[in-house]
Design a binder for this molecule. Structure first.
Ligand SMILES: [Zn+2]
Ligand SMILES: [Zn+2]
Length: 106
């Protein structure tokens, strides 16, 4: 995961629901077993919960994903992270989906 840009923003409720669903699915699939695990890919939650050392494949797949996970628009640059269900879920989304239904939107 070295050198990749990860952005923290206030997320909308739709994307948080997506992240929570991914976290549940990943914990059902299992963890890599290392003490610093806690990362989940929203693109492939069936890969389970992994640590940075085990996350090369799911992170690469995320970074190679051109499209937003939630609509048909191109994703914004970098990864988005969302805390959900005790994990840190990594997502690719466009700018609109990132903050859709945010409690802070006008
Ligand atoms: Zn691991
Ligand atoms: Zn989108």
């Amino acid at each position: 995961m070295a050198g990749e840009r990860i952005t923290a923003v206030r997320l909308g409720s739709r994307i948080r629901a997506r992240a929570e669903a991914a976290a549940v699915e990943a914990f059902t699939a299992g963890t890599c077993g290392h003490p610093d695990n806690g990362f989940v890919s929203a693109l492939d939650p069936a890969a389970g919960v992994w640590c940075p050392g085990c996350g090369d494949d799911p992170v690469r797949d995320l970074l190679l994903t051109y499209w937003c996970l939630m609509c048909e628009h191109p994703a914004r640059a970098g990864l988005t992270q969302a805390e959900a269900g005790g994990a840190l879920v990594l997502l690719r989304t466009c700018g609109c989906c990132l903050t859709a239904d945010s409690p802070n939107s006008p």
